[in-house]
Design a protein around this ligand. Structure first.
Ligand SMILES: Nc1ncnc2c1ncn2[C@@H]1O[C@H](COP(=O)(O)OP(=O)(O)OP(=O)(O)O)[C@@H](O)[C@H]1O
Ligand SMILES: [Mg+2]
Length: 308
């Protein structure tokens, strides 16, 4: 079973304008409303892969119905902790020429007792063969070492953890040695305190260093340059070029890749299959317009085309 944890979900509102004029009145079309937040995106991508998951985390009482309705319509099971406050809204402004302007609210402050409630809930789900996905930013009121606390707690029950985070949250999480991580190049550099672009050689070396900490699977995603995979069961690192697909929207490629990785792990697929699926699902997200994850047919077609 896979449980995705989203601590800071958002109502995503996408509006279209021909041309956005700052400082002027902009008339917009009807907004398209969707449920967002990185763990929720992983649950959606898993659903397209035919895999069920339970989405948990925090939801502000005001606006929670919007998120829950979307997820229920997509037949994704939910088990969120309801908090005082408003579920944040993230606005995406799409212009005709493809320019995307994003306005993200900070989100509510979570009360201490709600954090403990979530930890208890997570612990109840934690059994052997369960994979937790801890993905995205940590809201106000929640300590930055929350991912580390979850990792330590669920490891005691034999469950596994995948972390997709950045900054301090990632630094703290790595101290507790999760089972799988997928930083992108920038997150990798930031983790090691490097403030410039990394060479390919450095990316390979730093991937190895993370793997040597004891993290079973380390994947460093490099956008259109592909990805590096390190798996404890394999001696060598695997580098894959990005699949040459038609690019429509790279939004959500990382979350789609995360879903493929945890899917492969939960199904105990061999490394080669995991690599292929991760590359195909993330390429599928790039082919698919907007923030939507790729559907099964798109993924199958890409797998067939590139891996036969
Ligand atoms: N232009 C592209 N063409 C083909 N594949 C791509 C392209 N961009 C991204 N991908 C695929 O998606 C994967 C993840 O992309 P990326 O490294 O940008 O993730 P990310 O930075 O975590 O994204 P996110 O912003 O969603 O968190 C890449 O490793 C690659 O397989
Ligand atoms: Mg990412």
């Amino acid at each position: 079973m896979i449980i995705t944890v989203t601590m800071n979900p958002a109502i995503d509102k996408t509006v279209e304008v021909d041309h956005f004029c700052p400082g002027k009145l902009n008339r917009i079309g009807y907004p398209v409303t969707d449920a967002g937040g990185k763990g929720i995106n992983v649950s959606k991508a898993l659903k397209k892969l035919g895999e069920t998951s339970i989405a948990t985390g925090f939801l502000g009482k005001a606006g929670s119905d919007i998120i829950l309705d979307v997820l229920s319509a997509e037949q994704i099971q939910t088990d969120f902790i309801s908090c005082e406050g408003i579920t944040r809204t993230n606005f995406k402004l799409m212009e005709l020429d493809g320019t995307l302007t994003e306005l993200n609210e900070p989100g509510m402050t979570v009360a201490r007792e709600k954090v403990e409630e979530l930890l208890e809930k997570i612990e109840q789900y934690a059994t052997k063969d369960v994979w937790f996905v801890l993905s995205g930013s940590i809201p106000e009121g929640v300590d930055v070492d929350i991912y580390a606390r979850i990792i330590t707690k669920v490891h005691q029950k034999g469950a596994k953890v995948f972390v997709d985070a950045d900054g301090r949250a990632l630094i703290e999480a790595i101290k507790a040695v999760p089972d799988m991580i997928k930083p992108n190049e920038a997150e990798l550099a930031e983790y090691f305190g490097i403030r410039r672009e990394l060479s390919q050689e450095e990316i390979l070396q730093l991937t190895k260093r993370l793997s040597d900490i004891g993290i079973e699977t380390v994947v460093v995603s490099q956008g259109s340059r592909g990805a590096v995979f390190a798996d404890a069961g394999e001696e060598k690192l695997v580098y894959q070029n990005a699949l040459a697909v038609e690019v429509h929207s790279t939004v959500g490629a990382g979350d789609a890749m995360a879903a493929a990785l945890v899917y492969a792990k939960e199904k105990k697929l061999p490394m080669q299959k995991m690599v292929q699926l991760a590359m195909a699902v993330s390429a599928g997200a790039v082919v698919t317009a907007g923030t939507n994850p790729p559907d099964r047919e798109t993924i199958e077609a890409i797998l067939q085309k590139f891996y036969g």
